[in-house]
Design a protein around this ligand. Structure first.
Ligand code: ADP
Ligand code: PEP
Ligand code: K
Ligand code: MG
Length: 592
């Protein structure tokens, strides 16, 4: 027997949507057998609430009443959509990728992976077959780093990922990461890297060299470099992978002695320190988004990437600016803006930056160059928590499996680091050099996958009581209803041990609210557009499906059940909870 719980705010809906006892709007699919429910409220409850009339999203007068309906037969409860959705042409199909399909069939719902995986694409993984191997291995998002390679090179990667999605049914999203205008070294011409030995004198220069670089010379991208540094400053490459001391300044050239030897990689980040503190001279005035970044952003918009990650964000202002820029130019696609938290300024303004963004990245590489390394773990935990509270997806990035650039197995410490990020319930983990230029990209991805699965299972079995208290975030009354529905649905799903939560969501918002609750069961997110489906691929626990659906939940459910059954993804008797952002309701039912 199907049971349902609906919430209405009658004043926000047309009169035809108000429940009418004589009108039976739903006849839910009848399961083949009935089950008993523990603790499920059945009955009719009327609540009086004060709706905020100041919200433009919810123009309800303060006298409006909010009605909570629960039904034990799933019939006679009316509702409707706040918008009418046109059913696209291909209404008879459901799209889900073959890897998820295989995983669901082999391991059952419970053991599908909840933590999402991002792979940086570089020379080691840019071919079609290599990209396909990563997709098969569980890559949810492909990241291209505009610090490296040409736009043509990146365009090629985007085309191959899109082709992979079209030909093989994947929904791999594309994230474009901007270079940012912090100080970094140039390339080494044909050499992939250079070795700096203890005591060697190297020249860091802002001069443009026409031909090959002179020996032991490094280009610096920031014109003010030679003016900003002082003799005696300490110069850190990549947060301390290699260290130099500034010994002499000669016009545009800065001579430095190597004090900690190591490998110099192209475009490595440079910071300089004076008396134990990071120096913030005129370089602190560089714009977050450089003129080259703006051209890259235009490229990303033209290519229809799914996410744009902004390096070295300092304030919410730049995010707001970029979001309006994107909104004005990207007419038919919705590009999410991800704030990379990798500077002292971004930590200072953390909450406002995350609030303004569509997600965040804990970019530990540069963060570890700006704050003492021992402070990075606490910063990571804080960023992950703030993102969860504010309902923004968060990616933990950099050096997760650094040794796997060279070796086929990770260190125990790396496995512990990956475990910690999964235990913090971050939405996604990211590979950088491991997948871009390492020797074992697929093996590194397999480690992220197996560690995620194991820790997620441990969490479900052992840690359920450690649920995070989620504060209210809704900015309108209608938002608050959605939020409460998702919290209740997630709690019910855990208590009733349901097999899956189904969410019908046009924009993806309702799916993200469910993901935020980190329920024990997977969330099947049905959405009408391929772009939303790809975007949902970054969020914890969501299995995005593309499906055409209408505002009629009965037919949506019937259609979903029959399509999923035909593909052996669900079976009669499976217990599911369905929620939707068109009709604010929770329904509990067995698959017929
Ligand atoms: N498009 C690319 N072309 C060439 N090399 C790349 C590319 N993307 C990434 N890499 C390599 O992978 C390494 C790690 O990638 P990433 O972490 O994104 O960059 P970075 O180390 O510069 O912050 C880079 O240092 C670079 O050597
Ligand atoms: C992910 C990071 O940014 P990028 O690789 O672009 O330096 C980082 O600094 O950790
Ligand atoms: K970058
Ligand atoms: Mg960085």
């Amino acid at each position: 027997m199907a049971q349902s719980l609906h919430l209405f705010n009658p004043s926000t809906r047309s009169s035809s949507l108000i429940p009418s006892p004589s009108k039976q709007c739903y006849s839910y699919p009848k399961p083949s057998h009935s089950i008993s429910y523990r603790g499920f409220p059945v009955g009719f409850v009327k609540l009086s609430v004060r709706a905020s009339s100041s919200s433009d999203l919810d123009p309800a007068p303060s006298s409006s009443s909010q009605v909570l309906l629960a039904s034990d037969n799933g019939k006679g409860v009316a509702g409707g959509a706040s918008a009418t959705y046109a059913a696209p042409q291909d209404s008879g199909s459901i799209e889900v990728d073959t890897v998820t399909e295989a995983e669901l069939k082999e391991n059952g719902f419970r053991s599908t992976r909840r933590t999402k995986l991002v792979c940086t694409i570089g020379p080691a993984t840019c071919g079609f077959d290599q990209l396909e191997a990563l997709a098969v291995g569980g890559m949810n998002v492909a990241r291209i780093n505009m610090c490296h390679g040409t736009r043509d090179w990146h365009r090629g990667v985007i085309e191959r990922v899109r082709r992979l999605n079209e030909e093989k049914g994947y929904a791999v999203a594309i994230m474009m990461d901007t270079e940012g205008s912090e100080i970094h070294m140039g390339d080494f011409g044909d050499a992939p890297s250079a070795k700096a030995e203890d005591g060697e004198i190297w020249t860091f220069s802002v001069r443009a060299f026409d031909s090959a670089l002179p020996e032991r010379t490094i280009n610096v991208n920031y014109d003010g470099f030679a003016e900003d540094v002082k003799v005696g400053d300490e110069l850190l490459v990549d947060g301390g992978m290699v260290r130099f001391e500034v010994i002499e300044k000669i016009g545009p050239d800065v001579k430095c002695r190597c004090t900690d030897p190591g490998l110099l990689l192209p475009r490595a980040n440079l910071t300089f320190w004076r008396d134990g503190s990071l120096v913030r001279e005129r370089n602190a005035m560089l714009p977050t988004i450089s003129s080259k970044d703006w051209l890259d952003i235009d490229f990303g918009i033209a290519e229809g990437v799914d996410f744009i990650a902004i390096s070295f964000v300092k304030s919410a202002e730049v995010i707001n600016h970029l979001k309006s820029y994107v909104a004005a130019r990207a007419c038919d696609c919705d590009i999410a803006v991800i704030a990379k938290i990798e500077s002292i300024d971004s930590l200072k303004n953390l909450e406002e930056i995350i609030q303004a963004s569509d997600g965040a990245m804990v970019a530990r590489g540069d963060l570890g160059a700006q704050i003492p390394l021992e402070q990075v773990p606490a910063a990571q935990q804080k960023i992950v928590q703030v993102c969860r509270q504010l309902n923004k997806p968060v990616i933990v990035a950099s050096q997760l499996l650094e040794s796997m650039i060279e070796y086929p197995t990770p260190t125990r410490a790396e496995v512990a680091d990956v475990s910690e990020a999964v235990r913090q319930r971050a939405d996604a983990l990211m590979l950088s050099g491991e997948s871009a230029m390492g020797q074992y990209p697929e093996k590194a991805l397999a480690v992220l996958r197996s560690v995620s699965l194991r820790i997620e299972r441990w969490w479900r079995e052992e840690k359920r009581h450690e649920a995070m208290e989620l504060s209210a975030i809704g900015s309108s009354f209608s938002d608050s209803i959605s939020e409460e529905i998702c919290k209740s649905a997630a709690k019910m799903a855990n208590n009733l041990e349901v097999d899956a939560i189904f969410v019908y969501t046009k924009t993806g918002h309702m799916a993200s609210l469910l993901s935020r609750c980190r329920p024990d069961c997977p969330i099947f997110a049905f959405t009408t557009t391929t772009s939303v489906r790809r975007r949902l691929n970054l969020q914890w626990g969501l299995i995005p499906f593309r499906l055409s659906f209408s505002d009629d939940m009965e037919s949506n459910l019937n259609k979903t059940f029959s399509l999923l059954k035909a593909r052996n993804l669900i079976k009669s008797g499976d217990l599911v909870i369905a929620v939707s952002d068109m009709l604010q309701s929770i329904q509990v039912m067995n698959v017929p």
